[in-house]
Each structure stands twice: as structure tokens, then as C-alpha cells.
Design a protein around this ligand. Sequence first.
Ligand code: FAD
Length: 373
Amino acid sequence: MKRATAIVLALVLAVSLFTACNSGSSSVSSGARYKAGTYTVTVDGRNGPLTMEGVFTEDAIESLTVTSHSETEGISDGAIQDLPQQIVDAQSLQVDAVAGATITSEAVIAAVKDLVEQYAPAYSGEYNTTMISDTGDAITMGLEVGADVYISGFMMGGTGHTYMTEADLEATYADHTTPKTSVYLNPLGLRVNSEDPIAYTASACYVNPDGPDYYWAILNEEQAQSTGYIQYIDEIMANGGDAYKADSLDELANMIRMPAANLRYSMNRYNQFCENGVDKDYGKSADYLIKMEEGPWYAVKATMTYFGTVGGLVTNENVEVLTPEGTAIPGLYAAGEASNGGFFNMSYSGGFALIIDATMGRIAGTNAAKLAG
Ligand SMILES: Cc1cc2nc3c(=O)[nH]c(=O)nc-3n(C[C@H](O)[C@H](O)[C@H](O)COP(=O)(O)OP(=O)(O)OC[C@H]3O[C@@H](n4cnc5c(N)ncnc54)[C@H](O)[C@@H]3O)c2cc1C
């Protein structure tokens, strides 16, 4: 269950960034935060389904009510009665689970997460492997005192092409990566990157600001077997996940709702590169250029993982936090992922984060000490 909380909290961070990035101005506070409406979700509690109703205005979580559940009376009362109100009061999912009813509390938080997915779908279904304690507090606190937010916020990632399982979340660099000998196609059926990329370039290629980020790994039986990836495909299929098998490419395209002509085109072009040993489009290493002509075919949906944020509060060269008018807020400094939006341009240069974080932190500390005298 701790893991479930981690996913929830990571999504909260994603949502706060989404809100920051889509407010239509350089400040989150001026735009609508939610799609107003009343939503109902049902999630698994400890003893069975738990249903919650949420009412949202454009700016606030108006109310959250658990409308039905089968949790144990007495033990769960605190969570069911108090936690939704705590979330409403805080206007944030970052509230402490009620002691003694942890699992029920987490179910309540999960219900809110589902509501979030309904009104802020752009980041739903995406995964973040940062610290579970990082939930965007720096941005929230800065906004409360009039700070400006970088409008180009995005996520760093991914850490390889990974299909997500609980195991992947526990081991960020897990081996469940889609094989480099497969062909990665975007939802339109087009190849947009090498399949043996540096992770950061890959995530930039597949990132889709208007919806979930994913691609399809296409491979045939021969590659599925020879790479050993078939065991994961079997596992995904057994769990009802997004892995599909078909005898023909057209049938496969139909299953994953990909334009069949694009799938055929992409595979034909790729096979030509394999024949010549040169990937003229994306420079994939010849070691992985293995022709695939015979079925059966597999398509496996793979999701980006994100391991950091890019954006945060706007700062100047002294690491002082600025207002939208460009005035420094006295005594307020932001460093690292709380304020790195000025260093990147919609793409993360791998390995730079720690250097930036440490440098900004040092400058912030020095200046704060000077200010304190
Ligand atoms: C798997 C992985 C691999 C990475 N690899 C690299 C790499 O190779 N090279 C590189 O340069 N970068 C890498 N990064 C990115 C780098 O680790 C981060 O950019 C960096 O750690 C961010 O530092 P930070 O100080 O800004 O934030 P953090 O290190 O996240 O520190 C923020 C701290 O604030 C605490 N906190 C949050 N909210 C509150 C609150 N309300 N009150 C008090 N405390 C709070 C958190 O608990 C945390 O301790 C990687 C990240 C991950 C996840």
C-alpha cells in the first residue's frame, strides 16, 4: 500500500505541474485549475469497493463525500469522515493518513486521484519515480506569496522504455524494457526515434503535452523469443494489460487502433534499413537492426517514466524568487527542481540536474545567510 501512496503522491506532483503549465498565463493562480463538475469514482478499499463523489469548481475542490463503502466501522470512521474534509481544507492530497486506518485512508486518497484523472487527464497514466515526499510544495508555497512560475514546465525522463509494473516502480532502472530489436511506433504508427536511444532524447520524442505518453513496441515471435521478452508479454497478457498478438500486421493494427497503412509502411522502411545495415532515419546501432518479416506479431504498450521535474518558481541569478512583475520577493530563494525551468528548453540534458541543484543551493544559502546578517 505504501507503493500505492507513492503513485498517488507522484501524480499529485504531476497534476500540480500540469496546472502550472496550462494556466494560460505565467502564473497558475490566474487560470482555471479544474474542469468544474461533479464526479463519482469507485476504488478498492480494504474490505471492498469505496465510492466517492467529488464536486469541483474551476478553482477549488468544493466537497468530497464517501457515498458508499464496506470498511470496518470504528476503525475506518476517522478516515472516511475526516480525510475528505482534510483534503478539501488543504485543497491538496498531501494530508496525513488517519492513524489506525491507513489502508482505508489510502483508498480515499486513491479515489481523489481518480477524480484528478478525470479533470486533469493530460498527466493521467504517466509515472513519476521521484521522491514520494516531493509533491510540489515549493510551487504551492511560492504561489501563496505571489511568486511567478515557469510556463514551460515539463518532466525529465524517461529512464528507458519501460512497461510499468509494481517491480518497475520499485527499481527505477528495471530490466523490463522493451527490446531494442523491436520497432517503437507512436500511436499514429510512425517511428520517431531510435530504439537504442539515450533515455532523455527518447522521452522528449514521445512526450505528448495533450495526453498520455506512450508508444507501441512492435516485434515478431522470433524477436520475442530470442530476446526473452516473451515472458513479460505473457505476464502482461495474463494480467489483462496492453500486449496484443496477431497473425498479421493489419490485424495487429486493428487491435491497437493504429492506422494499418502506417504500420505496414513503418515496418517495410525499417526492414529496408535492416537489409542495408544502416538506419537512415535515426541512426540506430546496426547491432539491433534485425529484420522482422514473419508473424505472429506482438504490440506492447510502453509508458514513459519521469524522474524529475523541470519548471518551478522563476528565479534570478541570485536565486531569489521573482514575482510575475520581475521583482524579487525578499528572503525567498528556490533551488534545484523547485526552480530549474530557466536551464532547459523542453528537453532535459542528461546529468545536469545535480550540478544545477548544487550550484543554486549554494548561491541560495550564501545569499540567505548574508540577508540574515
Ligand atoms: C532515478 C533518478 C536518477 C537520477 N539520475 C541523475 C543523474 O544521473 N544526474 C543528475 O544530475 N541528476 C539525476 N537525477 C535528478 C536529481 O536526482 C534531482 O534533480 C535532484 O535530486 C533534485 O534535487 P533537489 O534538491 O532539487 O530536490 P530533492 O533531492 O528531491 O530534495 C527535495 C527535498 O525536499 C523535501 N521536501 C519536500 N517537500 C517538503 C516539505 N513540505 N517540507 C520539508 N521538506 C520537503 C523532500 O523530502 C526532499 O528531501 C536523477 C533522479 C532520479 C529520481
